[in-house]
Design a protein around this ligand. Structure first.
Ligand SMILES: [Zn+2]
Length: 174
C-alpha cells in the first residue's frame, strides 16, 4: 500500500494525490488516489481573503471568520471536495486545514462538513450525502441544534468554536 505519510500542501494545480471524479448524485467530487492515515494533513484550504462585501459571483468562497472569506477560482482541490454529514476530513486544528478524521482508503471520496466553516445565517444546501446521520439540510453552524454544535465543535473552525462575534479579521491569518 502506498502511504501518504506527509502529504504536500495543496497549493497550485491539483496535487497528484487527488483526483476529481464524477459522483453518482452530487456532481464532481474529490477522491484520494492513495491511503491517508488518520490525523494526516490532507488539504490546506487556499485562496485570497475577502470581506463579505467584497465577494464576487465567480468566487469559490469558504467562510473563515464572521466577515472573512477564503476565495479561489474553483480549480483548487479544496474547491472540489463535497459536503458530508459524516465527513472523513475536518478542521481538527481550528485552522482552515482539513485533516483526516480516520484512516481513508485509496479511491474514497474526500468530504468535510460545510457547517463547520459557515456562520452565514440563512445559508441552506439540500444534502445528498446519503450518510445514515444525514441532517437533510446543511445550515450555518450557529443554526445547528446545540447537540450538533457540540458534536461538530472539535472539527469546526476556531471562530465558530469561540462563538459568534469572535476573532479573525483580514490579515490575521497565519
Ligand atoms: Zn447529509
Amino acid at each position: 500500500m502506498h502511504r501518504l505519510s506527509n502529504p504536500e500542501p495543496s497549493s497550485g494545480p491539483l496535487s497528484r494525490a487527488f483526483e476529481v471524479r464524477d459522483t453518482l448524485a452530487k456532481g464532481r467530487g474529490l477522491y484520494t488516489i492513495t491511503f491517508i492515515p488518520r490525523g494526516a494533513v490532507v488539504l490546506r484550504c487556499s485562496g485570497g481573503t475577502f470581506c463579505t462585501s467584497e465577494l464576487l459571483p465567480e468566487h469559490f468562497a469558504m467562510q473563515i471568520g464572521d466577515d472573512l472569506w477564503l476565495c479561489s477560482d474553483g480549480r483548487q482541490p479544496d474547491d472540489c471536495a463535497n459536503h458530508s454529514c459524516d465527513p472523513n476530513l475536518g478542521f481538527t486544528t481550528g485552522e482552515p486545514i482539513l485533516c483526516a478524521l480516520r484512516d481513508i482508503e485509496a479511491d474514497e471520496e474526500l468530504c468535510w462538513d460545510y457547517s463547520t466553516s459557515l456562520a452565514e445565517n440563512g445559508w441552506r444546501l439540500e444534502c445528498l450525502c446519503g450518510a445514515p446521520c444525514c441532517r437533510g439540510t446543511v445550515r450555518s453552524f450557529p443554526e445547528l441544534s446545540a447537540e450538533d454544535q457540540q458534536r461538530l465543535r472539535p472539527i469546526a473552525l476556531t471562530y465558530l468554536r469561540l462563538g459568534h462575534g469572535a476573532t479573525l479579521r483580514q490579515g490575521e491569518l497565519r
